[in-house]
Design a protein around this ligand. Sequence first.
Ligand SMILES: *[C@@H]1O[C@H](CO)[C@@H](O)[C@H](O)[C@H]1NC(C)=O
Ligand SMILES: *[C@@H]1O[C@H](CO)[C@@H](O)[C@H](O)[C@H]1NC(C)=O
Ligand SMILES: *[C@@H]1O[C@H](CO)[C@@H](O)[C@H](O)[C@H]1NC(C)=O
Ligand SMILES: *[C@@H]1O[C@H](CO)[C@@H](O)[C@H](O)[C@H]1NC(C)=O
Ligand SMILES: *[C@@H]1O[C@H](CO)[C@@H](O)[C@H](O)[C@H]1NC(C)=O
Length: 308
Amino acid sequence: MRSTTLLSLAAASLPLALAQDDSLTSSKRGLCYVDPEENTQDTDVWDASDSDLTWYYNYEASPTDGIDESKLQFVPMIWGLPDSTSSMAFYNTVTGLMEQGYNITYVLGFNEPDGCVSGGSCIAAEDAAAAWIREIEPLKDQGVLLGAPAVTGSPMGFTWLENFYNACNGNCTTHFIPVHWYGNFEGLASHMGQVNGTYPNMTMWVTEYACADCELEEAQQFYNMSADYFDRLDYVTHYSYFGAFRSDVSNVGKNAAMLTQKGELTDIGAWYLGQQATGNKPKGGAAQVAKFAGWAVVVASVAFWTVL
Ligand SMILES: *[C@@H]1O[C@H](CO)[C@@H](O)[C@H](O)[C@H]1NC(C)=O
Ligand SMILES: *[C@@H]1O[C@H](CO)[C@@H](O)[C@H](O)[C@H]1NC(C)=O
Ligand SMILES: *[C@@H]1O[C@H](CO)[C@@H](O)[C@H](O)[C@H]1NC(C)=O
Ligand SMILES: *[C@@H]1O[C@H](CO)[C@@H](O)[C@H](O)[C@H]1NC(C)=O
Ligand SMILES: *[C@@H]1O[C@H](CO)[C@@H](O)[C@H](O)[C@H]1NC(C)=O
């Protein structure tokens, strides 16, 4: 019942106009970094002087070699459950980075803990709460703002998060809420409306999103509308498009990729960096075996990419 109301509310507030040229740039934009494997030169695209991006995450606690920290602020993530129930590995890595002079002001919680197929970290809410209280919560006292676990965009995501907060019993502070979405723009807007309705006082980071397996025109239109939407919403403070990889290895369809099969910026890639369209058309590859099948399929872990 509740979600029906929220869906119609969100649908009523869809933007009427697409992005204008003057909205090509945005300080909210960051990089969701995916290892380019042998194409190491692709990493240089994102922190180039003509890139507009301001921050990045890489699904790990430690920064990526070759990304300029003075250009892109690193945001550590605890991807999955630590090996032991006494681990302080994440806490120690993050505080170690701060001691080395890294400007760590945010961390991200578990990646798709409600997802137990490719890409999800598949964690019981109780285990996540215990790990949170032990080694994430204390980072708050170091002045770090804490991002809630980034659940999938499916209904089970809401359930998982509710179970997590219940298991925390008031002992887990989350300063902002990351959101993932794969689908069309209307679905994205209504999902965000539902997140906002459920957690009305939390700012939002959209840390993975794309029109997965869409036609090129549709993927570009989705990109434009969502960038415009995020830029206009005060409660969205950060967003990172998925994704920063070549079209022939994309697991969300070739047209969502920011790089062509040759590593050149696509139109979406160029727009995302605050630049003019390139006209480069993304092509798929024979190796593109992973098929995206809607929100129930969880994408985007480092492990998944290794399998590819
Ligand atoms: C550290 O990052 C925060 C948040 O992005 C920013 O406001 C602040 O200016 C940065 N501090 C330094 C010393 O770069
Ligand atoms: C939460 O904190 C309270 C007060 O410090 C404590 O009594 C309780 O055991 C904690 N709960 C969990 C699940 O850690
Ligand atoms: C988000 O929720 C807040 C608090 O309920 C509300 O004031 C605001 O209008 C909502 N934002 C949108 C865009 O729906
Ligand atoms: C949200 O913030 C408002 C205004 O500060 C407050 O009245 C309300 O109780 C808060 N709601 C939740 C769910 O924390
Ligand atoms: C997307 O936005 C760019 C830049 O504002 C514009 O040139 C392009 O025509 C738009 N494309 C679609 C499909 O809306």
